[in-house]
Design a protein around this ligand. Structure first.
Ligand SMILES: *Cc1c(COP(=O)(O)O)cnc(C)c1O
Length: 379
C-alpha cells in the first residue's frame, strides 16, 4: 500500500459489533472477563485499549514498523527509551536537541548515573570519538530544532551497528510522510504525535515505532509498568488527524518553500535555516533521506536585537505566537525565551539559538496571506 492509502486504512477495521467505519472511542477503564483470565486480549485500559490499538497499528504501518507503542506525551515516549538504560551507561546525542529532551537527559537521568555526550552530529563520524565500553545509545533528531540541521541517519545507523549500540531517532519534525528512519537502519523511532501526526493542535501524545521483538518486549513492559499511556479520546483524535497527514504535509512543504525563499531575500534577515536550500550545509543528505523539506523554518534578523525579534513575533496576525508546531495553523516562536529557555545561554548561542532567532511552523493557510503577514511584521 502507498502512503496515502495507509494513512486512511492501515490497521483500521470496522467496529465488529456495528460495522462503524470510524474507530469508536472505547471510553472504558476495564473489561469484563468470562472467567478469571478469560478475556479478549483486553484486561485493563492502562495496558491496552482498542482505540489505541488501532492507532498503534496505523502508526506502525506509516513507519514501516512491526510495532508501535503510544504514550501520553512525546516526553513519556522518550522517558521509556531512557529507562532501557542502567547506571553507568552512556548516551551520545546531538547538541541541538529539543529543549525538553535536553532537560530530561540532564536534570532527570543524569541523577540516575547516566552520562550524556551532547555533540555536533552534522558529521556522523564525530560519534566515533565518544564511543567507549559504556556507550549504549545514540539519540538523534533530524531536522534539528530550531536550527534545521540535518543528520545522516544511515551513517549513524552504520556506526551504531558496528559498535552494537541502539540508534533512536526523534522523527517529530519530518513525520513519517517525509522520512522513515527504520528503513535507514535505526532501531527506534520516537514521535511527538502532538505535532504533525495529530496535526490539529488539540492533542498531546507520543509514540515509539520499532521492529525488534526483544526491544519491543522491554519497551512494552516499561510502557505498562510506568503507565504514561494515552486515553481513548486522544487516540481517536489522532486517528482522525492522520487521515489527512499526506494532504497537510504536502501543503506544509509547499508553503514552507515559498516562505523560506521570501525570507532569504529579505533585507532585514541575516540567516534562514531550511534544509531545502541548495547551500544548506547538509542539503545533499536532506535530499537523500527526505522526500521533501517540510514547513519548519528558522531565521535570524540582521540587527541581532531581542527587542526587534519580540516586535516581529508579537505583530504577526496570521502566525500565532505560541510554542508547539506541526498543526494546521501557522505559528511563530521565540526559541530563546520559549521552547529553548531551559538551555543555558552559552550553550544555546553556540548552536545558533540567539536572542534574535525566530522559528516558524508554517501552516496550511493560503500562501498569499502568510507572505503578506510576514511582510507587514518585518516592515
Ligand atoms: C514537542 C517535541 C517533543 C516532546 O513532545 P511532547 O508531545 O510535547 O511531550 C520531543 N521532540 C521534539 C522534536 C518535539 O518537537
Amino acid at each position: 500500500m502507498k502512503f496515502a492509502t495507509k494513512a486512511l486504512h492501515a490497521g483500521i477495521e470496522p467496529d465488529p459489533s456495528t460495522g462503524a467505519i470510524m474507530t469508536p472511542i472505547y471510553q472504558t477503564s476495564t473489561y469484563v472477563q468470562a472467567s478469571p483470565g478469560n478475556h479478549k486480549g483486553y484486561a485493563y485500559a492502562r495496558g491496552k485499549n482498542p482505540t489505541r490499538t488501532q492507532l498503534e497499528k496505523n502508526l506502525a504501518a506509516l513507519e514501516n514498523a512491526k510495532y508501535c507503542l503510544c504514550f501520553s506525551s512525546g516526553m513519556g515516549a522518550i522517558d521509556a527509551v531512557a529507562k532501557l538504560l542502567r547506571p553507568g551507561d552512556e548516551v551520545i546525542t546531538g547538541d541541538d536537541l529539543y529543549g525538553g529532551t535536553y532537560r530530561m537527559f540532564t536534570k532527570v537521568f543524569e541523577h540516575f548515573g547516566i552520562k550524556f555526550h551532547f555533540i555536533d552530529l552534522k558529521d556522523a563520524n564525530n560519534i566515533n570519538k565518544h564511543i567507549n565500553n559504556n556507550t549504549k545509545l545514540i539519540w538523534l533528531e533530524t531536522p534539528t530544532n530550531p536550527t534545521m540541521q540535518i543528520v545522516d541517519i544511515a551513517a549513524c545507523a552504520a556506526i551504531a551497528k558496528t559498535n552494537n549500540l541502539l540508534l533512536a531517532v526523534d522523527n517529530t519534525f519530518a513525520s513519517p510522510y517525509l522520512q522513515n528512519p527504520l528503513d535507514m537502519g535505526a532501531d527506534i523511532i520516537m514521535h511527538s504525535v502532538t505535532k504533525y501526526l495529530g496535526g490539529h493542535s488539540d492533542v498531546v501524545m507520543g509514540a515509539l515505532c520499532l521492529n525488534n521483538d526483544k526491544l519491543y518486549e522491554q519497551l512494552a513492559f516499561i510502557h505498562n509498568s510506568c503507565g504514561a499511556t494515552p486515553g481513548p479520546m486522544d487516540s481517536f483524535l489522532v486517528l482522525r488527524g492522520i487521515k489527512t497527514l499526506h494532504l497537510r504535509m504536502q501543503r506544509h512543504c509547499e508553503n514552507g518553500k515559498h516562505i523560506a525563499e521570501f525570507l532569504k531575500t529579505h533585507p532585514k534577515i541575516s540567516k534562514v535555516y531550511w534544509p531545502g536550500f541548495t547551500d544548506h550545509p547538509n542539503h545533499a543528505i536532506a535530499k537523500k533521506q527526505m522526500r521533501d523539506f517540510g514547513g519548519m523554518i528558522s531565521f535570524d534578523i540582521k540587527s541581532g536585537s531581542k527587542e526587534d525579534a519580540f516586535k516581529i513575533a508579537s505583530s504577526t496576525q496570521v502566525f500565532s505566537l505560541a510554542e508547539s508546531l506541526g498543526g494546521v495553523e501557522s505559528l511563530i516562536n521565540h526559541p530563546a525565551t520559549m521552547t529553548h529557555a531551559s538551555i543555558p545561554q552559552a550553550e544555546r548561542e553556540r548552536v545558533g539559538v540567539t536572542d534574535s532567532l525566530l522559528r516558524l511552523s508554517v501552516g496550511i493557510e493560503d500562501i498569499d496571506d502568510l507572505l503578506e503577514d510576514l511582510k507587514t511584521a518585518l516592515n
